[in-house]
Design a binder for this molecule. Structure first.
Ligand code: THU
Length: 132
């Protein structure tokens, strides 16, 4: 996996952040199992609850184009290492139990995690399959 390229795509996504309220810009990029990359940004709505994170924008773009498995997600934000929120961790879990999460300040300065480290003992699709 080309980690720097995925971070670059997240940084490109960040440029499109629509953040008139928080002014906190986040970008994300998702690598699918087919090797496609989808980028995303956070989008804020004046009635705040419909606001969506950059990670979910990128993931939903990938899923809505027919992809089902996520290999990696890169995240960049305005804080020193911006980590995905709990909701986004659960959404990543749905499509990437073994996904690699890259938390980046820049192409040179980043940390890598397994989703399992950020969301241990998770609930997922397999649990529902046990409920016959
Ligand atoms: N945000 C993201 O896009 N991703 C994260 O991982 C953390 C938070 C957004 C949501 C909101 O637009 C802004 O950052 C402040 O919470």
């Amino acid at each position: 996996m080309d980690e720097k390229n995925l971070i670059r795509k997240a940084l490109e996504g960040q440029k499109n952040a629509y953040v008139p309220y928080s002014k906190f810009r986040v970008g994300a990029a998702v690598l699918t199992e087919d090797g496609e990359i989808f980028s995303g940004c956070n989008i804020e709505i004046s009635s705040y609850s419909p606001t969506i994170c950059a990670e979910r924008t990128a993931i939903f773009k990938a899923i809505s184009e027919g992809n089902r498995r996520i290999k990696a997600v890169a995240v960049v934000g305005d804080s020193d290492f911006t980590y995905p929120c709990g909701v986004c961790r659960q959404v990543i879990r749905e499509f990437g139990k073994d996904a690699i999460i890259i938390i980046a300040n820049s192409e040179e300065d980043y940390k890598k995690y397994k989703l399992e480290e950020l969301l241990p003992h998770s609930f997922g699709p397999e649990d529902l399959k046990e409920n016959k």
